[in-house]
Ligand binder design. Sequence first.
Ligand code: SF4
Length: 396
Amino acid sequence: MHKQSERLWERGMSRRTLLGMGWKGMLGLCLAALPGCDRRQEAPKAPENTAAQGPRKGFVTPTPSPWYSQLSNGRVRCELCPNQCTIEPGERGVCRVRENRDQSLYTLAFGNPVVVQDDPVERNPFFHVRPGTRSLSLSTAGCNLACRFCEVWDMALVAPEDVYAHNMPPQRVLEHAQATNVGAVCYSFGEPVVFYEYMAAMASLVKEAGMLNLMQTAGYIQPEPLAELLPYLDAVNIDLKGFDPTFYREAVGGDLDPVLQTLKQVRAAGIHIEITNLLIPTLNDDMETIGAMCRWIRDELGPDVPLHFGRFYPLYKLIDLPRTPVATLDQARQTALQAGLRYVYVARVPGHEGEDTYCPNCGETIIDREGFMIDFVHVDNGRCRYCQTEIPGHFI
Ligand code: SF4
């Protein structure tokens, strides 16, 4: 058994349990395990951070944000994401973490992560970033979108006061990452765009320490703040939730175009990208649209960008829909391969052939996976062991 698998078994979880839960199910366990956590309570008014140790409810450290402009009548406009919220005095933007205080913008998502956990890098998911290694996953509360199928709604679609959070300024995150001997920090789970300043501060320290910075995001961010962040990032997984503007407006709560712009900007910066597309029965599983999305990825980003088709499970506001049929995932994968994409994956179907990585030249299996566990990696110095074809990503 691979050493990563051994570690997970040592934690007392069966392989079947892990595979059945998926990574966000595991997150639910993590949240529930926070001492004293009872998310059914009404949130109290946020106290200031008094630097207490350990997770605490209503734990915030208001921190100035530079991403705003002043408007008339004491209002401000946040310029971090395409929502461009106009915020009244004392109020917050759509993401619930950015507040107008005396006509200055403050973020309440700084140094107070709800989730800090040591994960296989595959869980985020990154399939072409040091397979079989671990990363420190981290997220605060808040999100700038409102997906009807959100899998972490009790963390993402709430204010920081509503959840328990740890007191972890950036330096402490770095020390924790070094102590746990991970190779990367991944800004993930909820939506890292809303804790932008915190992420940027951590990313600077992490890079200096020689670890990788990974971001898993919906990509809903303005070009200017993204440009300032990109020099610190090593790999980005972007949720491209669909390819239909109407679906984006109605089911995601945002616009498609800014996400496409983000994908192009990250690619143009030469940063490794992977894309995740959750297939939801009847909402975004039309094969013509999926084909158009795959051709867009091929033409605008290149055929080597890995694409992960995710299996939907009934959650949040879409509990009446069924799970994604495996046949739909198979069809989507074939559509992507026929469009010319070279690395197409199927997630959350244990044992599916779409979990593995195949060399696009010789066809050999070069990374064998089951869920987020690795059985072997036959990529040496970034090349296929069998035919020496270069494989995109970060390999040891
Ligand atoms: S980051 Fe938050 S406050 Fe700023 S524009 Fe986006 S949703 Fe609005």
